[in-house]
Design a protein around this ligand. Sequence first.
Ligand code: FES
Ligand code: FES
Length: 866
Amino acid sequence: MRLNVNGADVEVDDRFGASPLLWVLRDVLGMHGTKYGCGIGYCAACTVLIDGQNTKSCQTPAENAVGKAITTVEGASGPVVDAVREAWYQGNVIQCGYCQGGQTLAATALLEADRSPDDAAVAQWMNGNLCRCGTYSRIRHAIGQAVGTLASGRDPGQLAAAPELEMQPLTPEELADPVHPYVRIGPDGTVVAYSSQLEMGQGIHTALATIVAEELDADYASVRVVNAANGGISGGDVYGNPEAGGFFQLTGASTSTKISWGRYRLAAAQARARLASAAAEAWQVPAEEVDIESGIVRHPSGKRAGFGELAARAGQLPVPDDVRPKDPGQYKLIGREGRLRVDAPGKILGTTRFTIDVTLPRMLTAVVLHPPKFGATAAAVDDSAALAVPGVTAVVRIDEGVAVTGQTFDDAQRGLRALRVDWDEQNAERRSSEELLAEHRRLAVSGEQAVVAREDGDAAAALAAAAHVVDAVYALPYLAHAPMEPNNAACAMGDDGILEVWAGTESPEYTRMAASAAAGIDKDRVRVHVPMAGGSFGLRSSAAKDPTSEAVQVARALDWKYPVKLQSLREEELKSGRYRPMAVHRVRAGADAQGRLTALHQQIAAEPTSPNLPFVADFLFKGGVDYMTTGGAVDGPYTLANFKLETTNVQTGVPIMIWRSIGNSHTEFARESAIDELAIAAGRDPVDLRRDLLAGNPRTLRALELAADRSGWGTPTPEGRARGVACSSFLDSHSAQVTEISLDNRNRVHLEKITFALDCGITVTPDLVRAQVEGGLIYALGAAAWGEIVLGDGGQIITQNFDTYPVMEMQSVPQIEVLLIESAEPPTGVGEVSVPTTAPALTNAIAALTGTRIRRLPITKTIRVA
Ligand code: FES
Ligand code: FES
């Protein structure tokens, strides 16, 4: 079979004729720019152009493309794609970047056909291209920019990406140095920052490049950033997260910029001081007379040097004791507009390597069939049909299910489909999600087994004395993270007995632990490489029973003869659980005759999350109270004189994991809904009522005032529209959201506008902060509207792919205005902070418009969302 790919003819074995073109491109031809997201035609991550038409390559047998021109992201060229790519880059469109090859090709096909599409045409055309990072608003804007470029006739030039760098292990001397683990200057003058935080779309690499360029007075364009992984927990890890005890590396809880702020500013300032000392030594001048600007070291005598010329000498010098980072008044980059993402070019051009793209000599691809119910195990496996599939090399039982290995993913997947497995369901979770919800509800309402997490004043007495009381139950389902790149891992045992693992992990330490346990070797014999992650939202923080463990078990079963890449099928990823827990809250709220809130009693029933996270559980799960369940309720934004919070840890067989915004994703929905209900019952304006409660929290109050003012709160909405409001203090950031909606003549809710005000301290890269807020809103809107993992009769896992787990698409995205409040405080959380207020602001708006109070998510159980 001969295919024409990017203008070149290539021969492909006929046996791959029926294979999806996606896998022929990726696994046979080694072209990894085209991505897998679902395999069923729902996400368009696999978009290629065939004779100029955007086409889902997962749905196209390779033989159907014979005689046609196939264009992939690696080979697209011409003025239209150049204009699209420039607009993507200049607009800071990308986040994790995993979907963006498909997005840019789809946009290119659109503009090739229509040079001036209107907004509706753009939304309609791009609607099938899913982006879990929520970049839709920026994609729309970028397409508009590309249209303008093409109309002007201006040559946008060609975007270029530097070759990928990989971190080399640090020597003991480098580890002991205060600068080397964080900032390196190469002989060519390139500055490389080793990021302790996984780049998974949140923009930490760009924040670090900004911080390092600022403090080093480097040329921003010369700064590269690489995911780091090095130490173990014993003796401290140079990349340890201080917010998680400091002794192990962890990306999470939106701490990336917060924890990097001090560490990288100081390291870069120290590196700058060394350069100045090196120049002073070389030029025999006082160090105070040496100046550095935009990567050039200078002396008034006229002497000049680039960083590269001084790097070797500087690296040997001691760090002066008195080095301090700059005062904010000196900033030229931090907090300024105009930073473009450092990771954008590779992601736009399809050259960035994600875990799914890792390829090793003789590597086999493994897929795992997980049981249909949580806790079931394989009782009998008939692998005869699977092993007869061409390209299948082995069938291996592992703890999590049954793995099939193949030469390509498609081989392995065909083998998986041919497997016959009898499952032993004796220890399985056999309750449906409705039955589990009923149990959660029973526990939340009764308070059975509840532990008091916080008690201020006397909520019961205040409720008894209240003039207005709301007593309501709010229910939230299991949710999947569903990042666009499924959770994958690769491993290879070296001749030296070192097990190398590649995983876009939020914690290299957890990955090392999982790998060593599965391999039966000491942790010190595991080396972790951290490629870019195609989104995560908490999923890539699991500590065991994840793709790393599965990959290593398979490689071990094959006597370490082959490197193994465990590639998750979307269905199998969703079947392996690690969901946001189901949660039911009973909230009783009381107000006096003047409508002032006097009492709040919140009872939670949910599966605890912290116990699933090593080390973290030690300080987040205490006395039966799981902070990952109570967060947002135990430390909410309001001053409440009479407040009681109780929590019941529900035990089920469903695997639970942190999910974007953790407990706040449900605790704040319940509280903000109940406060809204109380305001209505007491005849109060919901913003006014919250103002009373925020007197002791001026930063959140300011956010509320700003969001209310800019959204037009208090002024009449256009006919047929209404607004809802919600507030949050989360991850030391402070926010308020106003959501405006309308209803169409088919009784469907339309999302019109979101106004989001945020105080997150100093914003290192303001445009990327806005992008994270936009992404969080879109992620949370999708979850609120449609998100639900369903377990059917007997506990059968029903929800397995985007066909049954709908997520936000472009056509539903409202206008979004993000208002950043200027602050001199250190940076705080951003990536998750727009999630908790999204569902309640929306349901509060629905109540205001329709009178229907939605107390159970997703919203579409009650009313459709357009
Ligand atoms: S549509 Fe092809 S991978 Fe999702
Ligand atoms: S940028 Fe689209 S999925 Fe991450």
